[in-house]
Unconditional design. Structure first.
Length: 887
């Protein structure tokens, strides 16, 4: 028996995240027993968490802050502990589990608090804004700052203990930053501090910097770029300076030993600013890196520096004194919230891709094909003569065998590197791309092995996997996984490549169930939902179209169904999949606020409890509307009312789970909405009057009718030549609605269709991700529309939730899969299906296969502490306990 995945607020050994309220979780594996008899949790403070985990003596000497004793009710998915945590302090925690058969296991984990409410010793600094100097040159002015380096030299006492864990850097930089100490980049993360609702909080990061420090002189450099904070953001040209118009940094570095701790360096007005080699950067357009401007790294004379930089159009002017060096001033971001410990997961390099093919196109272009559409950037081994310029441009697809990028709209998505004559591994710092192809323009010939593509995303792990006997369906599954990997870079984005990449709430909402199956998402969503609640707080509870909110243009709008319903649907899916009541309680105020907001609005108009007005994206991009355009045919007010009911119902259930009295009020509201929907949108036979596939699918999935809606739905699919015509809303619900009403064969037909519109249509055309539109690319490979046509949009990937939940048949019967439903729906056309899901209870597996004679074999795994309701197609029903089962 082993204890694994010890998590604190859904993070393993978290370093300085926002972890209040504190909650522990763990998973028991390799057990012979089937459930927990009791668990014991102990917490103690530790010095820098250097204590060896194997040290039994630790608990004998430690000052124990919490000891649950043998707790028979201990919940392994969510064990909240109320502790008076101190800032910047390390803690160890141990869990011991005794199983029903008498075997036991223990394991230890650690966590460390960040600055919490402690005041910062570092001060916010920014490059000084100088008056115009006499020669007409000026230091980069506030609004013109695109990149800078804030630097400071400091001394470390020889006697200071610098072993790992004994030095911590607390830091935030705006728009985006990288910190370098003694010429090495600190930590493994990129694009920090990430994209959050800066208006409400600024998330600080913490790094273990002991490995970078040395006795004697040290140098810390904070590189700053524009990022989401002040760079161009939003479509149709977008906006700049949305959250601030200068570059800022704040930092403090502590060194700790047994004798105590010392503030080794902090930001203040004695720092200097340096001209950055990055002469241009923003999220959409990319970056220009002129390595000739790295002149501070050598002791160049002023004359040499001028020869390198002088006369160059890109050269920034320099303040008086040393070339390229300037002063800083104390200046704090004016329009932002307070500094807080981070919620956002680090953005890290996840996978690398070598060039699959170096293509010389008919137009004479050199194009690198990495074989998979990814989000991230390309690293180049550059060994070029000084002044050599190399530019990479990102694209998703080739057209007529040539490079193409028009569907990225105004996003230039380029990286230019200008060599200083020294060999370097060049990569962008303050941008990212969504790409499969990179066009290379270079003054000298290049070779494929000079380039490596890196996939970047928030640091979460895959927990789900599906394999079937159909290679194309397996490719679809891979494409869907990539859609998630590529669009979860700190916010759930609509797409990673064009001039958008925003946290569209509708896309995030319809995909959230699939997302929770594929990957371990609670910490990621915790951060997104924190921002959502913050944005709601100034919108009367309404949920914006995008989170973080852009505050200008149509992206500032809010309250549109089913975008705004993300405020309820995402936290509910997170609760269903990960079972944390602590997180449900944290997210509940936002859920309730959205339902209250809708109620206030609809009650202001006379009549029953229905959504009666407003702009709703509704079944966005459905194909069933004779009117051209992106809107589906299903009545948007029916869809909005159905979601209003669903959200009120979820709030009622949540309030009940959390023991809140208002549960009754929301139950009554939900019932009233349901009745009103029946009155207005259902006929005398109990069938929905919106006679679209989406209309019926919603009625079934939201439990709006007991009538034969499944038959009506199937008939509509058949009438459409066995094809779907749904958009964002209907696509999520279509196959679940068919299978749940006994029409699984039709659902599988939709899955296996290969002609337009279908999922495998894109697979046949070589897609490695899921497209925004069913017809993003025509049968001849020609991209259809350029205006709104991304090849990496995850909304239609919501089919994966049906594959997990119905084809393999793994669904939560109780939150967190403490009790699961195992109800596979075999279909001979798929030959076999194998599903695996590492839930918070542990690993569930569900597989079926069909041999030549048509005989079915089933096998299942149920994790320790869990139970599953097995429902086989022949009607057999059993309750399975932990273990492996064959039928
Ligand atoms: C985005 C979508 C988004 C939609 C709403 C598009 O441009 O890419 O996925 O939800 O706009 O208008």
């Amino acid at each position: 028996m082993k204890i694994e995945k010890m998590r604190v607020n859904h993070l393993e050994n978290p370093l300085c995240f926002s972890i209040c309220p504190l909650s522990f979780s763990w998973i028991v594996t390799d057990a012979d027993g089937s459930r927990q008899r009791w668990a014991r949790i102990r917490v103690a403070e530790c010095f820098s968490c250097q204590t060896s985990m194997a040290e039994d003596s630790f608990w004998k000497q430690a000052e124990i802050l919490f000891d649950s004793g043998e707790d028979a009710a201990a919940d392994s998915m969510d064990y909240p502990v109320s502790l008076d945590l101190k800032p910047r302090t390390g803690y160890l925690w141990e869990v011991t589990v005794m199983a029903d058969n008498g075997e036991s296991a223990s394991a230890m984990g650690k966590f460390e608090t960040g600055k919490m409410d402690e005041p910062w010793m570092g001060q916010w600094i920014s490059p000084k804004i100088e008056e115009k100097s006499e020669n007409g040159l000026q230091q980069a002015e506030g609004a013109n700052q695109v990149s800078t380096i804030l630097a400071k030299k400091f001394f470390m006492d020889e006697s200071l203990e610098l072993s790992s864990g004994a030095a911590r850097l607390y830091i935030c930089g705006l728009g985006v930053y990288e910190c370098w100490i003694n010429g090495k980049k600190v930590g493994e993360e990129y694009l920090a501090p990430g994209y959050h609702s800066y208006d409400f909080h600024l998330q600080a990061q913490t790094y273990d910097v002991a490995p970078y420090l040395k006795a004697g002189e040290n140098e810390i450099c904070i590189w700053l770029g524009e990022g989401w904070f002040k760079g161009r953001l939003g479509f149709d040209g977008g906006f700049t300076d949305i959250y601030g118009d200068r570059l800022y940094a704040i930092a403090e570095l502590y060194v700790k030993n047994e004798q105590g701790e010392k503030l080794a360096v902090r930001t203040d007005d004695t720092w200097e600013s340096r001209v950055s080699p990055i002469t241009f950067n923003n999220i959409y357009d990319g970056e220009v890196y002129d390595a000739r401007r790295e002149y501070w790294t050598d002791s160049l004379t002023e004359e040499q520096a001028e020869n390198t930089l002088g006369g160059s159009a890109e050269a920034l002017s320099e303040p008086a004194g040393k070339p390229g060096y300037g002063a800083v001033e104390l200046a704090a971001p004016e329009r932002c919230g307070a500094l807080t410990d981070r919620y956002g997961l680090p953005i890290v390099k996840k996978d690398s891709f070598a060039v699959k093919e170096l293509i010389h196109t008919p137009k004479g272009e050199t194009v690198l094909d990495f074989g998979q559409e990814i989000t991230g950037w390309v690293e180049m081994d550059c060994d070029f003569p000084v002044g050599t310029k190399i530019t990479l441009s990102a694209g998703e697809i080739l057209q007529n065998d040539c490079f193409y990028r028009e569907n990225l709209r105004t996003a230039k998505a380029e990286f230019t590197y200008i060599s200083n004559g020294k060999r370097a591994l060049a990569r962008p710092h303050f941008t990212f791309y969504g790409f499969r192809y990179m066009k290379v323009e270079c003054d000298v010939p290049v070779k494929a092995d000079q380039f490596t593509a890196w996939h970047l995303r928030s640091d979460f792990d895959q927990i789900g996997q599906i394999e079937t006997g159909n290679a194309k369906v397996n490719q679809l599954f891979s494409n869907a996984l990539w859609g998630q990997k590529d669009n979860f870079l700190d916010v759930p984005t609509d797409c990673p490549q064009r001039d958008e990449r925003l946290g569209w709430t509708g896309d995030a909402q319809v995909f959230s169930e699939t997302a929770c199956y594929n990957m371990y998402m609670p910490a990621f969503y915790r951060k997104y939902l924190w921002d959502m609640r913050a944005e709601q707080s100034i919108l009367g509870g309404s949920v914006p179209n995008v989170v973080p909110r852009l505050k200008q243009g149509m992206v500032a709008e809010h309250g549109s169904c089913p975008w705004a319903d993300a405020g309820v649907m995402i936290p509910w899916n997170v609760y269903q999949h990960y079972g944390s009541k602590t997180l449900l309680a944290e997210t509940y105020p936002g859920m309730k606020a959205w339902v209250d907001c809708q109620r206030k609005r609809e009650e202001a108009i006379e009549g029953p409890h229905l959504v009666k007005d407003g702009f709703h994206f509704a079944d966005w991009l459905a194909l069933d509307n004779e009117q051209p355009g992106p809107f589906g045919a299903t009545d948007p007010l029916y869809i909005a009312s159905a979601y209003y009911y669903r959200c009120a119902d979820i709030v009622a259930q949540s309030a009940k789970i959390l023991g809140y009295e208002e549960a009754k009020e929301y139950r009554e509201l939900a019932d009233a909405i349901k009745n009103a929907i029946h009155e207005k949108y259902f006929d005398e036979n109990g069938l929905c009057v919106c006679k679209t596939q989406t209309g019926a699918a919603i009625a079934i999935c939201f439990g709006l009718t007991d009538a034969q809606e499944g038959e009506a739905l199937e008939a509509r699919v058949k009438a459409n030549k066995d094809h779907l015509n749904t958009g964002f809303v209907g696509t999520t619900m279509l196959c679940p609605a068919l299978t749940a009403t006994g029409h699984n064969d039709t659902a599988v037909t939709l899955l296996l269709n290969e002609d337009f519109p279908s999922w495998l249509y894109s697979v046949n055309l070589g897609a490695t991700t899921i497209w925004e539109r069913w017809d993003s690319v025509g049968p001849d490979g020609t991209i259809s529309a350029e205006g709104m046509n991304s090849l990496n949009h995850y909304s239609y990937e919501s089919i994966e939730a049906w594959m997990y939940g119905y084809v393999c048949g793994i669904r939560p019967a109780e939150p967190g899969f403490r009790r699961a439903i195992l109800e596979p729906h075999p279909d001979q056309r798929l030959h076999y299906a194998k599903g695996r899901l590492e839930t918070p209870m542990g690993l569930y597996e569900s597989s079926w296969s069909c041999d030549e004679s048509g005989k079915m074999n089933y096998s299942f795994t149920v994790p320790f502490g869990a139970e599953a309701e097995l429902r086989l197609p022949d009607g057999r029903m059993e309750v399975l306990t932990a273990g492996k089962w064959e039928y």
